[in-house]
Design a protein around this ligand. Structure first.
Ligand SMILES: Cc1cc2nc3c(=O)[nH]c(=O)nc-3n(C[C@H](O)[C@H](O)[C@H](O)COP(=O)(O)OP(=O)(O)OC[C@H]3O[C@@H](n4cnc5c(N)ncnc54)[C@H](O)[C@@H]3O)c2cc1C
Length: 361
């Protein structure tokens, strides 16, 4: 056997699984198709909950990647009205994903995980008591278990036989991350509102919102909605409308940005069913678990400071690593069932919070 666990994907879910596996004394291999320092389109909000979880899992040094501390939010409407809120002592942060993800992977490496950058897994199959993973450059690797942390867009889960997304299961985000004096903007907002916030604009589309997340020397701007909604088009118009509304309201100034990137996200926009969009996210026969976005645990209406997605990517990784560590010598089914139960508890808890929040709005 080459490794106790092979993890496909080196984003927050994969790296945190590798960290937890390393702490549990397991040999872990992470296959990441991109190079070290790869970027991902993401507002980059790290909530207080994620921050605490990162510290608990022994990855506090990733705070070196924090660009700005965030302790509030501005929610603005098309008519210019704005609600300003404070997060009190539950201070979060913003990060640039190229830096944050690289730092998480560094922690995993320090704990003994092997990270292979530029290595894409194209197929995987359980054989007897192990899983064989084939890479695009023809290598065949063997592990006891497989963790699939490929994000929302890779076909590996389907190739393994997991259900594919339906169009209604996916959301779509578009926008940009532009050079900008984010620290200066936060200082101005702090002077005006008494908090260092992120900005959210609601009411410009049926589902979804526009955001502006300041980093130290960048500003991340984007719009997120359901895939069905975005298929109606008008991306660029909605983005431009939101940006000019923010400028009219005096919330932003001098932002030269246009849509230059987009990304799919798993989501369940209607019904708030606790059922995961994938339906099935683990398999004892395949000796495989899906985590993070690949498992569809991204939650719509997050917001990062209430329902952080990277938290959802990080926590299952930790649970998986810890559970595999405890159970590695035992039957895989037991560990997978335990993981599933914990995952359901996590998701159900989040569903309850969402219901609570939506009844307040
Ligand atoms: C526009 C946008 C804004 C967001 N804003 C926030 C926010 O403010 N706060 C927050 O907490 N979350 C936010 N999210 C969500 C957050 O980005 C994701 O939940 C998080 O990145 C999920 O982590 P992950 O590790 O599951 O997947 P990813 O970060 O997508 O990582 C998957 C990795 O797997 C690699 N990979 C894929 N397939 C293969 C393969 N076959 N072989 C090898 N490697 C492979 C990819 O290269 C990638 O590095 C946002 C998402 C979007 C799209």
């Amino acid at each position: 056997m080459d490794y106790d666990v092979i993890i496909v994907g080196g984003g927050p879910a994969g790296a945190s699984a590798a960290i937890a596996a390393g702490r549990a004394g397991l040999s872990a291999l992470v296959l990441e198709k991109a190079g070290r320092g790869r970027d991902k389109f993401c507002a980059g909000g790290v909530s207080y909950a994620t921050r605490s979880r990162l510290a608990e899992m022994g990855a506090k040094e990733v705070e070196e990647a924090f660009e700005a501390e965030i302790d509030g939010y501005i929610v603005a409407l098309p008519d210019g009205r704005a609600l300003v809120g404070s997060l009190g002592s539950r201070v979060g942060a913003t990060v640039r994903r190229s830096v944050f993800d690289a730092k998480l992977a560094e922690v995993a490496e320090a704990l003994g995980a092997e990270v292979r950058w530029g290595s894409r897994a194209v197929a995987a199959e359980a054989r007897g008591g192990s899983v064989e993973v084939r890479t695009a450059d023809g290598q065949l690797l063997r592990g006891r278990y497989l963790i699939v942390a490929t994000g929302a867009g890779d076909p590996l889960p389907e190739r393994l036989g997991f259900p594919s997304w339906r169009r209604t299961d996916l959301g779509h985000c578009w926008g940009s991350e532009v050079p900008y004096d984010g620290s200066g903007l936060l200082a101005r907002w702090r002077e005006r509102y008494g908090v260092s916030p992120v900005l959210l604009l609601f009411g410009f589309m049926r589902y979804g919102y526009f955001w502006a997340f300041p980093k130290r020397a960048h500003l991340n701007l984007g719009v997120g909605t359901s895939l069905l909604e975005s298929a109606r088009g008008a991306h660029r118009r909605i983005f431009a409308d939101c940006l000019s509304a923010a400028e009219r309201a005096g919330l932003l100034e001098g932002v030269a940005a246009r849509v230059d990137r987009s990304w799919l996200v798993p989501l369940r926009p209607r019904g708030w069913s606790p059922r995961n969009p994938r339906g099935v996210t683990w398999s004892a026969e395949k000796r495989a678990l899906l985590v993070g976005d690949a498992a569809g645990l991204w939650v719509y209406y997050h917001h990062a400071y209430l329902l952080p997605e990277m938290f959802i990517a990080v926590v299952p990784g930790v649970v998986v690593g810890a559970t595999l560590g405890a159970k590695v010598a035992l039957r895989v089914k037991a560990s997978i069932v335990k993981y599933a139960v914990m995952g359901v508890m996590l998701v159900s808890g989040i569903q309850l919070i969402i219901r609570g929040i939506s009844s307040l709005i």
